[in-house]
Design a protein around this ligand. Structure first.
Ligand SMILES: Nc1ncnc2c1ncn2[C@@H]1O[C@H](COP(=O)(O)OP(=O)(O)OP(=O)(O)O)[C@@H](O)[C@H]1O
Ligand SMILES: [Mg+2]
Length: 427
């Protein structure tokens, strides 16, 4: 080695760039709740307060808390931290990047569980100070009314409170005190509740570990399970497990498939509405991808098939463990994964089977609601569509060679009789 130089990154530039790593407000809050879950919290209180330009957010947990040393390490970009299998953390960045994506000033107040001296430590990352000094600085915030509130929210026997202030990404620069700003904060609060109830539903319901209590502005969240576990008319298809090995990484992926009841088979219209989900029935169909039991991506079929009105009752849980993080390419914001290419062909057939069943459940309702008595002349497009799906399934069942031939036939039909292809739903 002839010459070597150390090029320290510019704290000012890098911190500003990291603000745009791709979080939205609910995802940023969820990344902090991940930290609370990893710290063993049983309760997380999220408080979102509108107060014009002084609006603020508190995220308080009763987890393990941190020592002063631990808190300094937590605020380092790229925390030096080892992970166990199943840990929700991965990059050593979330606390900083998620917080700064929404706020210019973050304060963490923590009290270590089981410490002999119940010391409370508070430290602040202030973007304006980092930019001014071009250095990765943390400071002691001293006692401000907000820090005092955070201290009061800390449980007696340990926990952590994260405080976001100067919410420049949420509030308009002009008139942050106005009605528009207030409505925006209210809307984000509602969106955050729905998001938490969905992405942490297995933790809230106690499906994994002790039940986790999450409150948003004092209201306790009820879990939103996309698979309607309490509906008697729900159908479940056999569970599948796949083993995947890519390079030197290998692990298991599991697939659980459900056909939700159609509107008239639901226990009540209100439950049907509730199960529609934040994106509504059509866009909530498809794969729900869970990493270590935390939902990271949902809506749509991961590029394996398109969203279709006829298959809107089909939903499937795809679970992977953190040892497969690299092959699922989980992003820093934990908002997006990529289905490994090796997994796609394995999923095709079980998902086609699910969609056939979902289409069937949908068709039965549309038949009932149109009073269709099944006469050949009143055949609906949904019904013709099912003939196409049945043909495709039969071709699949008769073997890969026949299915390849079937696809060639559809291809040639596409140029000679595109209407029939479309009528049969074979595009
Ligand atoms: N609420 C909390 N309670 C206890 N420790 C915490 C809490 N939040 C953060 N920490 C500590 O700070 C560290 C850094 O958190 P940060 O979210 O930045 O990274 P990470 O969780 O390790 O990885 P990722 O970037 O994937 O989120 C954590 O590993 C954990 O040790
Ligand atoms: Mg984290």
């Amino acid at each position: 080695m002839t010459s070597r130089r150390s090029l320290t990154p510019s704290a000012a530039r890098l911190t500003m760039s990291l603000r745009d790593i791709g979080y939205d407000f609910p995802a940023a809050v969820a990344d902090l709740v991940d930290n609370s879950v990893s710290a063993g919290a049983r309760r997380v209180d999220i408080v979102i307060e509108f107060d014009g330009s002084a609006s603020r957010v508190f995220i308080a947990d009763d987890g393990s808390g941190m020592t002063t040393y631990g808190l300094h390490e937590a605020l380092r970009f790229g925390s030096r931290q080892g992970y166990k299998a199943g840990d929700l953390g991965r990059y050593g960045l979330g606390l900083k990047t998620a917080s700064l994506s929404q706020a210019r000033r973050i304060t963490v107040v923590s009290r270590r569980q089981g410490a002999t001296r119940p010391l409370i430590t508070a430290r602040t990352l202030d973007l304006d100070l980092i930019v001014e000094l071009d250095d990765w600085i943390v400071v002691d915030p001293g006692r401000t009314p907000e820090v005092d509130r955070a201290r009061e929210m800390l449980p007696e026997d340990g926990g952590t409170v994260v405080l976001w202030e100067t919410l420049d990404r949420l509030l308009p620069e002009q008139n942050p005190e106005g009605g528009w700003a207030r409505r925006r904060i209210d809307a984000l609060t509602a969106k955050t509740s729905a998001h938490m109830a969905m992405v942490f539903h297995r933790f809230i319901s106690g499906e994994v570990g002790e039940p986790l209590v999450i409150t948003v502005n004092g209201e306790k969240l009820r879990p939103w399970n996309p698979f309607a576990p309490d509906e008697d008319a729900r159908q479940e298809l056999p569970r599948r497990t796949f083993e995947i090995t890519i390079g030197d990484v290998s692990g298991h992926v599991s697939l659980q498939r459900f056909v939700l009841p159609s509107r008239d088979a639901f226990s009540s219209p209100a439950e049907f509405e509730k199960l529609s989900g934040p994106l509504k029935w059509n866009r909530q169909q498809g794969l729900y991808i869970y990493r270590a039991d935390r939902l990271v991506q949902w809506g749509g079929w991961g590029g394996i098939r398109g969203i279709d009105e006829h298959t809107k009752l089909g939903r499937a849980a795809l679970d992977f463990t953190t040892d497969l993080d690299a092959v699922f390419q989980v992003n820093v914001a934990k908002m997006r994964v990529t289905l490994p290419a090796e997994l796609r062909p394995m999923l095709e057939r079980p998902l086609t089977e699910l969609c056939l069943r979902a289409d069937d459940a949908y068709r039965k309702t549309s038949k009932r609601s149109t009073g269709d008595k099944g006469s050949p002349r009143s055949e609906s497009s949904a019904e013709r569509h099912t003939y196409g799906l049945a043909l495709r399934a039969a071709a699949m069942q008769s073997g890969p060679g026949d299915y390849a031939a079937f696809k060639r036939i559809v291809e040639s039909l596409r140029s000679s009789a595109p209407d029939i292809v479309s009528d049969l739903g074979l595009e």
